[in-house]
Design a protein around this ligand. Structure first.
Ligand SMILES: [Ca+2]
Ligand SMILES: [Ca+2]
Ligand SMILES: [Ca+2]
Length: 368
């Protein structure tokens, strides 16, 4: 470790009352004020990485080991959690971080429907292992969600944020009380876009000296997720030759008024296909092309029976909308009950998101 002296500026003020200047031999008092340089030696970020908490196992992970950086998924209709881990040091020693702060700034993806805007700032918390009775960090003690520092750093190697040599050096420095480790919780709602989130970390020391920013990326994968409040449509009091309508609404608790909600983080493309309807008469009679459907202000009339018809507009993430169905039997159809099936196809609309190159700033083991 490089040891650097703390820079101290000393201002000595000699306070003499004007009427005492000529009085030689008198005892005077001298006040001494020492001002530590307010900007001192700034701390620096040695390394940073993110991990995703798999909601089904509560384990921290990178869900796609084949791709650089950490990937994770949203929880449909809910929140998912990534964690940023930040290793920080200070040329004045880590005691100069004890009243400092570590912050993480997160920016939305720039691909897909992300606009790259600032998302939020999170205050990171110190998870440096506690000291034993000899003042040595206890590296075997779990520090976060049951993981030791070494396990957290090993996962950063597996996710490709830095190599084994860097990892060993980081573990060594934390074990020698030459660096501290912090964590910031990054909540991602299903309302947020898929793609690569940019994360910038920075630290301040006891005197407010501020580090350079350290930037890297993690990825939220696209996920198609949706819900409807209906699985059947019933037309009552149908008059042959007249249109019967089942109108939708925006309320997911009224299944007799069809509603669809996007619970994923991609726009949804909807297609429809319908079977012929069959009468309950003996012998049965069949009719084709008797349904139509309205979705996002577009009507497909009739819903075809041999191929998918796709609606032009997509249902954006975080949106709920209604679907209207109608049904019309041709004149001359027998009065009876009819059954048929309408098929709906939900597809995600995904723009390719290029992997940032590089996915991280290089780790900085020594003071810049
Ligand atoms: Ca400092
Ligand atoms: Ca990965
Ligand atoms: Ca409804």
């Amino acid at each position: 470790m490089k040891k650097l002296a703390i820079g101290v500026l000393v201002f000595v003020a000699l306070l003499l009352p004007a009427n005492a200047i000529a009085a030689t031999g008198d005892q005077i008092s001298v006040s001494v004020v020492a001002h530590t340089d307010a900007l001192g030696m700034p701390p620096w970020i040695k390394a940073k990485w993110e991990l995703w908490e798999d909601p089904s196992t509560n384990e921290l992970t990178d869900v796609d080991p084949t791709k650089p950086g950490t990937q994770g998924d949203i929880v449909p209709g809910g929140d998912t959690y990534f964690y940023a881990f930040i290793v920080v040091s200070d040329p004045n020693g880590i005691s100069d971080l004890s009243n400092g702060n570590v912050y993480v700034d997160v920016y939305h993806p720039t691909c897909g429907w992300g606009d790259g805007t600032f998302k939020y700032q999170v205050h990171a918390v110190n998870i440096t292992p506690p000291l034993d009775s000899f003042g040595v960090p206890m590296m075997d003690v779990p520090v976060f969600k049951g993981y030791t520092v070494k396990e957290l750093i090993d996962m950063a190697v597996a996710a490709g944020y830095f190599n084994r040599t860097v990892a060993d050096e980081l573990i060594h420095e934390i074990s020698q009380a030459e660096a501290k480790i912090y964590v910031a919780e990054l909540v991602i709602s299903y309302h947020q876009p898929y793609g690569w989130y940019r994360v910038e970390a920075w630290a301040t020391d006891n005197n407010g000296a501020t580090s350079e920013k350290f930037t890297n990326f993690f990825e939220v994968r696209p996920m198609l997720a949706w819900a409807t409040d209906f699985d059947s449509v019933e037309f009552n009091n149908v008059k042959v030759g007249a249109k019967a309508v089942v109108g939708g609404d925006f309320d997911m608790s009224t299944p007799n008024k069809p509603t669809v909600r996007n619970l994923g983080n991609t726009p949804i493309k909807l297609s429809a296909m319908a079977s012929e309807v069959v009468s309950s008469t003996n012998p049965p009679k069949t009719f084709d092309g008797v349904f139509d459907m309205r979705f996002l202000d577009q009507v497909i009339d009739p819903i075809p029976s041999t191929e998918w018809a796709t609606f032009m507009n997509t249902l954006p993430p975080c949106n709920t909308t209604k679907i209207d169905f109608s049904f019309m039997l041709p004149l001359g159809a027998p009065a009876a009950d009819y059954t048929g099936t309408i098929y709906l196809l939900f597809e995600p609309v995904i723009d390719y998101c290029e992997t940032p190159t590089p996915i991280t700033d290089p780790p900085q083991l020594t003071s810049p």
